[in-house]
Design a protein around this ligand. Structure first.
Ligand code: NAP
Length: 285
């Protein structure tokens, strides 16, 4: 890659950021299309977010992905956000249009695409989902499930009040869907939730490298259910191992990372993302 004075800069803001697979994925795509662009990872502490967002304008950074823990807080620092970002309440992609910053959410589309590719889920009217987590990623998953017409969703979180607040936020827009909340620590309540589900999604950080594995009574999920884990580092979490051993269809979050990345790439460059090259770059991590 030849860096010159006209090289365009892209990147990702997060904290911590060492786990991110986005730099090799986007750099491989830029290289494949012969674009004079480079993508870097920036470790941004929460108290520095606003200054970091200003630097997008000042350094003329063309586009930024946003990850833990900034997806919600960044909204207040932007000039405009897309409808997807609005009803999700989270932004994972920022585009710099001559100093004006637009926020968008490509996690929603990335999640739905991978659910279809890996688990064959296209029709949601018979889906009763349990969703672990109530952070930025959970918002994208909830948006995807709600716009696709999921019948019933239970949000399960370590801090129950956050699950309740998220359920209320989505109920305002999707009043016809049954959305409940539950406490991750209450195993008898979780057992009942799982018994009445056919899709379990982990959108919490549990199971991610450096975090404890997810502790839930997975044996309560009915046979032949689906389990999707947004965590992609490690590539196979304890949850996915357990789901496989119980005979459920399962998939890790690497595909979602790929498809949300491809959508961000196209949003920034207006060029078709080289999916195969991006997938290969992820596989090498
Ligand atoms: P976030 O906004 O910081 O939210 C983290 C969530 O995880 C909160 O609900 C938190 O619960 C919960 N949590 C943290 N540690 C936990 C533990 N040990 N046990 C149980 N729950 C725990 O983060 P995020 O942006 O939503 O990201 C969450 C995960 O999704 C990360 O692993 C991230 O890499 C992954 N992700 C993957 C993709 C993809 O493309 N595959 C996209 C986005 C995110 P409290 O409310 O109690 O703190």
């Amino acid at each position: 890659m030849d860096i010159s004075s006209s090289t365009k800069l892209y990147g990702i803001f997060g904290h911590p950021i060492g786990h991110s697979f986005s730099p090799p994925m986007h750099n491989a795509a830029f290289q494949k299309l012969g674009l004079n662009c480079v993508y870097l990872a920036f470790d941004i502490l929460p108290q520095n977010l606003s200054a970091a967002v200003n630097s997008i304008r000042q350094l003329n950074i063309q586009g930024i992905n946003v990850t833990i823990p900034h997806k919600q807080d960044i909204i207040n620092c932007l000039d405009e956000i897309s409808d997807e970002a609005k009803y999700t309440g989270a932004v994972n992609t920022v585009k710099n249009n001559d100093g004006k910053l637009f926020g968008h959410n490509t996690d929603v589309g990335g999640f739905l695409k991978d659910l279809e590719v890996e688990l064959g889920i296209r029709e949601f009217s018979e889906i009763s989902a349990c969703l672990i987590g109530a952070g930025g990623a959970a918002r994208a998953v909830l948006s995807g499930l709600c716009i696709s017409g999921t019948k019933k969703i239970t949000i399960i979180n370590r801090t129950k009040i956050k699950a309740l607040e998220l359920a209320n936020y989505f109920l305002k827009r999707f009043s016809s869907i049954e959305i409940n909340s539950a406490d991750l620590k209450d195993h008898s309540e979780i057992k009942k939730c799982l018994e009445n589900s056919n899709l379990l999604i982990n959108s919490s950080s549990a199971g991610m490298i450096g975090h404890d594995p997810l502790n839930i009574p997975l044996e309560s999920l009915p046979k032949n259910s689906c389990v999707y884990d947004l965590v992609y580092n490690p590539k196979e979490t304890e949850l996915i191992k357990q789901a496989k051993s119980l005979g459920h269809r399962s998939a890790p979050g690497l595909g979602m990372l790929l498809y949300q990345g491809a959508e961000s790439f196209e949003y920034w460059t207006n060029k078709k993302a080289p999916i195969d090259v991006m997938k290969k770059a992820l596989g090498n991590n």
